[in-house]
Design a binder for this molecule. Structure first.
Ligand code: SF4
Length: 323
């Protein structure tokens, strides 16, 4: 079992990707209401080498010497990866050793206002920043940022990064993710501000995401597909300058090459005793949170498992007589 790498996990955005945790669980510059990893425990903009880059590289080399190459290696995890001050060194060494394996950075984009952070991730192949709102109110309500962050500086930073990144190679891609929260970033003012920000950033793609399982705010509900489609149509420039798409999640185990029946059984066995949160399941099985989510998505879809709201957040339990 590895400490810093997990998966490979399937995603509609990246295919089969091998994830790397760059910072401890929920060390982040934001505390998003929809975060599926739970509330942020260390809200910070302080950069340091939270996890030693040499140890992460050691695990990566070991994994890649024994397994087929994933479609992507992704720097993501359950916190903000650019908080790790060694990210530039990791990307440079990895791309020197494995030039044929694409490397993606999934970032909330909040530190891209910093020249050093932009420079450190330039050698990656694909960067997926997020921007949930271009209005101070919406940004505050959805993303609950560290007090030192400034929304206008963030948008300017993502825009600068896009230009600097594309200047290294036009083949490099920036995919901007927007998490849709019904009633907050779906008003005409929010959509208009988002459209203005997207026009400045000029990403290759805009990907609309939505709640699939309850986040930290257990009252949040998944927006209906009709709303997602309306937002997609409103953000579409109509001339192909950028593509707007709705991200759909994998629901079928046959679509997931890395699906292991024994992992599904471990999770089912753990929650058959009593309802557990994803953190509890992680404690019991040792599996990574994102790996666990992959199986829970399928089990919930198959109506074998359901989620209930408890004192510590979202719990998963077996549906008696489930299929
Ligand atoms: S930026 Fe990502 S890890 Fe951080 S709180 Fe938001 S969703 Fe969670």
């Amino acid at each position: 079992m590895y400490r810093y790498i997990y998966g490979p996990v399937p995603s509609r955005r990246l295919g089969i990707s091998l994830g790397i945790d760059m910072v401890p669980h929920k060390t982040c510059t934001l505390d998003c209401v929809y975060c599926e990893c739970g509330g942020t425990t260390d809200l910070t903009v302080e950069r340091t080498e939270y996890y030693p880059i040499r140890e992460i590289l050691g695990e990566l080399r070991d994994y890649l010497s024994k397994n087929p190459a994933p479609e992507y290696v992704s720097l993501s995890g359950s916190g903000e990866p650019t908080l790790n001050s060694g990210i530039g060194e990791l990307i440079t060494i990895f791309k020197n050793e494995y030039p044929g394996i694409p490397l993606a950075v999934l970032t909330n984009g909040t530190l891209l206002y910093r020249k050093d952070v932009r420079g450190e991730i330039l050698a990656s192949d694909l960067v997926l920043p997020s921007l949930d709102s271009a209005c101070a109110g919406g940004f505050g309500s959805i993303d609950k940022p560290d007090a030192k962050l400034d929304l206008n500086a963030i948008i300017a930073g993502i825009t600068l990064f896009r230009d600097e990144f594309k200047a290294t190679s036009p083949a490099k891609q920036v995919w901007l993710e927007i998490f849709i929260v019904e009633g907050i970033n779906t008003t005409p003012e929010e959509i208009s501000a988002l459209k203005g920000a997207i026009a400045k950033i000029r990403p290759d793609r805009v990907q609309l995401n939505s709640l699939d399982r309850p986040g930290t705010e257990t009252r949040l509900k998944a927006p209906p597909m009709s709303l997602m489609e309306r937002v997609r149509d409103e953000l579409d420039p109509g001339d192909g300058t950028w593509i707007v798409e709705i991200v759909m999640k994998y629901k079928n185990r046959t679509e997931i090459a890395s699906y292991r029946k024994e992992n599904e059984l471990s999770i089912v066995e753990a929650i058959s005793r009593r309802p557990l949160t994803t953190s509890d399941i992680h404690e019991v099985t040792g599996m990574h949170i994102h790996e666990i989510e992959k199986y829970l998505d399928v089990l919930v879809h198959d109506k074998k498992v359901k989620h209930v709201i408890g004192d510590r957040g979202v719990f998963y339990q077996i549906i008696p007589g489930g299929k």
